[in-house]
Design a protein around this ligand. Structure first.
Ligand code: 13P
Length: 252
């Protein structure tokens, strides 16, 4: 019922020529992947070129962030959601843990950015996830619930149709430590329960919840077998066409 999403977050990797080369190499490798949506998220300055080069393919393009302000305004260094849409993006990642940890992103700014993304008709991939200490002290669910409530505050049921949630436990990002499928499923089930409380069961049943954190070709199948895991947000393993396409083709 929920179409899976496999999204590659390229973070601050690749020069333009390398990004184009990887994107073009991915194109034929994922061309038959009708079972899922395929998304890649290069850096801002590559978005226009990549989306032009991928036109007509089944790979969608996402930004990694957007401005909280929706309107064109005096905000040096920022890029609005409308501008992302204008250069060919369909998605935007919001509230990634690296932005929360290193760039002062808060649930409040995530909420504003999410609303801006929706007003520009972008699909927002809203990220949540606890730190290692929070998991070890038994606070993982509390932390994730607070992030969800703050990030999604004020969104209507119809807004939720263009929201994807990404659960990325910070301790599993880039560390090679994946949450076990069971650990991930427990949190995904909890997230869906929370979304049922806020927006009703009919809506929460439709929302895709992606897992992120050391996803690789070797572990995607077991993760995807869990009831509430609807895809993956992939970092390191999305940087090479071959490993990313193996993750996309997890059903093969
Ligand atoms: P890794 O797959 O490299 O652990 O990164 C996950 C991530 O942060 C995706 O957004």
């Amino acid at each position: 019922m929920r179409k899976p999403v496999i999204a590659g977050n390229w973070k601050m990797y690749k020069l333009l020529s390398e990004a184009v080369e990887t994107a073009l190499a991915m194109k034929p490798l994922v061309a038959n992947a009708n079972h899922c949506e395929v998304v890649i998220a290069p850096v801002f300055v590559h978005l226009k070129t990549i989306s032009d080069r991928l036109e007509g393919s089944n790979i969608k393009v996402s930004a990694q962030d957007c401005a909280p302000e929706a309107k064109q305004s005096a905000n040096t260094g920022e890029v609005s959601a409308e501008m992302l849409k204008d250069v060919g993006c369909s998605h935007v990642v919001i509230g990634h843990s690296e932005r929360r940890q290193f760039y002062g992103e808060t649930d409040e700014s995530v909420n504003k950015k999410t609303k801006s993304a929706l007003s520009a008709n972008l699909t927002a991939i809203v990220c949540v996830g606890e730190m290692l200490g929070e998991r070890e002290s038994g606070k993982a669910e509390e932390v994730v619930k607070t992030q969800l409530l703050g990030s999604l505050d004020g969104l209507t049921v119809s807004d939720m149709e263009r929201i994807i949630i990404a659960y990325e436990p910070v301790w599993a990002i880039g560390t090679g430590k994946t949450a076990t499928p069971k650990q991930a499923q427990e949190m995904h089930g909890f997230i869906r329960q929370t979304l049922t409380e806020t927006h009703g069961k009919e809506t929460s049943d439709k929302i895709r919840i992606l897992y992120g954190g050391s996803v690789k070709p070797e572990n995607i199948k077991d993760l995807m077998a869990e009831a509430d895991i609807d895809g993956a947000l992939v970092g390191g393993a999305s940087l090479e066409a071959e490993s990313f396409s193996k993750i996309v083709n997890f059903n093969g």
